[in-house]
Write a protein that binds this ligand. Structure first.
Ligand code: HEC
Length: 407
């Protein structure tokens, strides 16, 4: 009885037929025959890559790139939509006068999400399309097959192939002159249960990974008199004194030292009363300080500073309808609205008084003296004057040439 006619030794079903070859050339020739016979569920196994064998096997290009492309576009769309929705639908907020939505600011996240989705698709898709992970395979039981990592070449046709016919297929393989032609039986020996140590490890890791969440939940629910857990100590605990803190080193116990009597820090003389207080004598100054250049550049500066510091409340037009006002008046009862800066009494205020309002605040409006330099505060007053004029300008304010343009 020849090797190929031997009946199956057990009732274990046939997984497929395995043919063994001595060299890559024989394998490639066999592969072409099997490919031409129209088989689909078969594979070749070699100790090293044989370039071009995919053509001899009739393997088509993988679908993975399409999968990756699909996920990449999804990632792109998700990032774009999420940022669009948060920034310009759900929580519109002016940041330094930038538009709510514009491409450039959002490109980095869109890029990152595209890459992230692609990477997951590439890894996950590869595993899925390759049927991995595969803990056991019938070929693992074949003693001879182990030499596939050494010096032998194999071709296996699976019995599940629609073209598979035990007799014909055996004949086809025999015609390719294999060194050995053998049956591969289904694996009924290896347990397909997940090994216990692996299960224990996963359970332990899973439990450990919950610990941070437990800490977070505890921190949110419980009150404590102790400080937070400090992972980074650096700047939270320096020996430096805070501004108003007591300091036993000095007789007066202050950590903030006053300058010695009669001294002035460099650049802080501030002896120009008009420039720094907005007053001349006891009265608000009605003019701008002499050191301020009433130039186009100062006007531009004033416009820019007004845009930064005043528009959130008073609005671009100075009519009191800034974004803070719009939002606060919806959220808060009894909100004192920012003044409309075009009211007659404000227009009639001396320049120094407006300077004073910016410097020290007025009633409910906070002081901006500490944040804006004196020169810039005056520049703002200058711009405010222009703004006031612009909102109630008449034809008579135009030059003859400008009037001519209107007609
Ligand atoms: C945080 C919001 C806010 C900002 C920012 C703000 N203001 Fe005001 N401003 C107010 C409010 C509120 C009032 C009215 C206060 C009141 O009547 O109690 C007011 C009133 C004023 C008045 C009228 C003062 C008066 O005598 O009645 C002037 C002038 C003014 N602001 C100028 C400015 C300028 C210039 C800036 C930019 C440097 C500025 N404000 C920034 C909220 C603001």
């Amino acid at each position: 009885m020849s090797d190929s006619e031997k009946p199956l030794a057990t009732e274990t079903p046939l997984y497929g037929l395995i043919a063994e070859y001595d060299n890559p050339t024989a394998l490639v020739h066999a592969a072409r025959k099997v490919r031409d016979a129209g088989f689909r569920r078969w594979d070749t196994y070699t100790p090293f890559p044989i370039h071009g064998i995919e053509k001899d096997m009739g393997i088509r290009m993988t679908r993975l790139p399409w999968l990756v492309l699909g996920f990449a576009l999804t990632g792109m769309a998700v990032a774009t939509y999420f940022q669009y929705w948060t920034n310009s639908v759900d929580y519109r907020w002016i940041i330094s006068g930038k538009p709510f939505w514009s491409w450039p600011a959002n490109v980095p996240i869109i890029f990152e999400m595209t890459i992230l989705f692609s990477a997951f698709a590439a890894i996950g898709g590869m595993l899925f399309l390759n049927n991995l992970p595969l803990p056991a395979h019938p070929l693992d039981l074949k003693e001879r097959f182990r030499r596939v990592t050494d010096d032998k070449f194999f071709l296996v046709i699976e019995a599940s192939d629609p073209k598979f016919d035990e007799r014909d297929t055996r004949g086809l393989l025999a015609a390719t002159n294999p060194v050995v032609l053998d049956d591969v039986l289904e694996d009924r020996v290896t347990s397909d249960r997940i090994p216990a140590p692996l299960i224990y490890t996963l359970v332990i890791l899973g439990a450990v990974s919950l610990i941070p969440f437990a800490f977070i939940a505890k921190a949110r629910a419980a009150k404590t008199t102790e400080g937070r857990v400090h992972v980074v100590w650096d700047m939270d605990f320096t020996p430096a004194y805070k501004a108003q803190e007591g300091n036993p080193l000095f007789g007066d116990q202050r950590s903030m030292r006053t300058p010695p009597e009669g001294t002035v820090a460099l650049g802080q003389l501030h002896d120009d009363e008009h420039l720094y207080t907005g007053k001349v004598g006891d009265e608000w100054a009605s003019s701008f300080p002499e050191s301020l250049a009433l130039s186009e550049a100062t006007m531009e500066r004033g416009k820019q500073q007004f845009g930064i510091y005043c528009t959130p409340c008073h609005g671009q037009l100075g009519d009191g309808n800034g974004i803070v006002h719009q939002r606060a008046s919806k959220l808060k009862q009894g909100w004192v609205p920012p003044s409309d800066l075009h009211q007659t009494y404000i227009k009639e205020q001396p320049a120094g008084q407006i300077f004073g309002a910016i410097t020290n605040g007025v009633r409910n409006m906070p002081a901006y003296g500490p944040q804006i330099s004196a020169e810039d505060r005056w520049a703002i007053v200058l711009y405010l004057r222009a703004l006031q004029k612009s909102q109630s300008a008449s034809v008579n304010d135009l030059t003859d040439a400008e009037r001519a343009q209107l007609q």
